[in-house]
Design a protein around this ligand. Sequence first.
Ligand SMILES: *Cc1c(COP(=O)(O)O)cnc(C)c1O
Length: 222
Amino acid sequence: MINIDFYHDLLPYLAKNKVKLIAVSKTKSAHDIFQFYQLGQKIFGENKVQELVAKYETLPKDIEWHFIGNLQRNKVKYIAPFVSLIHSVTSLELLAEINKQAQKNNRIIDCLLEFHIASEESKNGLNFNESSAILASAEFKNFQNIRIVGVMGMASFTEDKDQVLSEFKTLKSTFNQLKTQYFQTKDTYKEISMGMSGDYELAVEAGSTMVRIGSSLFGKRD
Ligand SMILES: *Cc1c(COP(=O)(O)O)cnc(C)c1O
């Protein structure tokens, strides 16, 4: 069951804080997505390549599709023609492949560097030194078809709000440090993708510019 009341309550709160909503539609039907589309929602997030491509093909072409999951290099080619933002870049090799496929499609693909901010080992992401190594590399400087527009992270799955807030603040400070060191003159570097159904208010408090909300909008996933 989709939750239209939640959506209508969420929009003014996000607008007031100048935060964009990525409606995370993974596992949900094209029909459910279309219902939010008709209410004006134009940005959707998916975490599986095949599923994203199938939905892209059936749904209206003015939807902005964001990729938010673990991305295998050999699958970049399937989303490169249309993806608007890849939230989950965790290596130079992946970035090189995105650059190559973007070039083939004669476009520039916006990307976020994903950071590991949670206490759980299982979550993906770079640490600060790894991200610095990418951004300082000669190879990175030659990429003409990608643009790093910010950072992304997922907080720990815990009831401890202080911990979650502190993890989001860590991501915000990482964003700032990278801004100073690598993106001082780049106005396009401005996004902090953090916050999900259970923790988006804490993320907004810590300076999120994009929240990725799934189950509160679309209902629980199986
Ligand atoms: C599934 C997912 C979300 C949305 O999670 P909800 O708790 O359903 O809001 C956000 N970000 C990523 C990376 C996800 O995989």
